[in-house]
Design a protein around this ligand. Sequence first.
Ligand code: NAP
Length: 177
Amino acid sequence: MDLNVRPPLHAALDRRLPGRHPASHDPAARHLPESSVTDITLIAAIGQQGQLGLRGELPWKSNWGHAYRADLWRFRETTTGGVLIAGYRTIQGLWGLDGTHDRDLVEDDLRWSPDEIAARIAKRWPERPVFVIGGAKTYRRWLDTVTAFDVTRLPYDGEADVHAEFLLPHVTLEVAA
Ligand SMILES: NC(=O)c1ccc[n+]([C@@H]2O[C@H](COP(=O)([O-])OP(=O)(O)OC[C@H]3O[C@@H](n4cnc5c(N)ncnc54)[C@H](OP(=O)(O)O)[C@@H]3O)[C@@H](O)[C@H]2O)c1
């Protein structure tokens, strides 16, 4: 199966993932292990009820309260130097992060399994921390592959059109209003 990613993602993926073909067709990748070969952290910020997104953005985007600014700062600090895996919808607004703070952004290409993507990342960047940064559909797809959770629950209790209530049992940090 050939890659058929529309530009600019085609160039971005080619640049980032070793091998242009899925593992089954890539001789160099055939020897990669079936399972994930690296530690992968799912990092997310959710509202009180698991709110995750609103109209393609963070639901609390225009809230400049301390809790929200601190969360963005913490995300930057935590992911510095990392490889960030993001879903198609999320990555559209995030390409600006690529290359900042020594981070590389990789699209969660649905034609490959999480294990195949993880194996390629581990081969390309063996020493780098890896993060799955959303959105909801991407978190769900990677839920059984990730090895750690970094889930912050923010005081937000408003509107959302994307929810990730399945992350509520994995909250690692509760932030007070
Ligand atoms: N609070 C947080 O920490 C956080 C983190 C990241 C993102 N977010 C928010 O989460 C929301 C996005 O999450 P999401 O679950 O909707 O999506 P997503 O996980 O970002 O993107 C994955 C989905 O995009 C669609 N897709 C994949 N390839 C595509 C293509 N080539 N063309 C068109 N669509 C394609 C598929 O959904 P279909 O099968 O439905 O087409 C796929 O499951 C945004 O509001 C974002 O701001 C929040």
